[in-house]
Design a binder for this molecule. Sequence first.
Ligand code: FES
Length: 219
Amino acid sequence: MSHAEAYADPGTPLEQSRRRFMATATVVLGGMVGLVVGIPVIASTIPSQELLSSSGKDWSPLDPTEVAKIKGNTDPVKIFFKHKVQDGYLPASMVEDYVWGVPMTPAQYDQMKAQRADLFQDKGGEVGYPDEIYVVPLGFVVFSSICPHLGCKFNWVQDKKVFLCPCHGSEFKEDGDHIAGPAARGLDPLPLRDESGKAEVIWIRYKAAIADRVIISYS
Ligand code: FES
């Protein structure tokens, strides 16, 4: 019994040539489309020099109206400001946040240095404590508004004269010293400077829930 065998007609030499041309053209065209689509995608994954430099430290001006409330005040003041945020490879944007400004005389600052000695030990860190956290003409220090326990925002409780975090109950004294609750360290100060009469800070995010201050980012 004989079986029919599949037979593919190779076509005429002209047809064969046309098929080869079409196959080659398809490969070339596909490669070009790949390059057109792929190059911008690949380029977008490479951070430009501008992006890299914008992820560094930036001095941000504090709201002058709120800074003015510090003068003649003995209680901490919430001070708003805008700082740059770099989210992955998206363009940098400005977001509003706030810090706590705590009025202090030079004598009170000396007390704080004694009370919070951990801030003033040179551990070779990137933050230049103590020189950058108290500026005599400004008369206050600035604390990050982020709780060092797990990152909630804490409040100043006037009656008790403490900073209280609503999330897990950590408490801190006016100078940021930790007095109760699960936080592993006191409040985190931020570098402060007087720039031609304007107060400016560097915003820093520190690692949460550990005793040491480890910088995560400046945005
Ligand atoms: S986040 Fe503040 S006490 Fe837990």
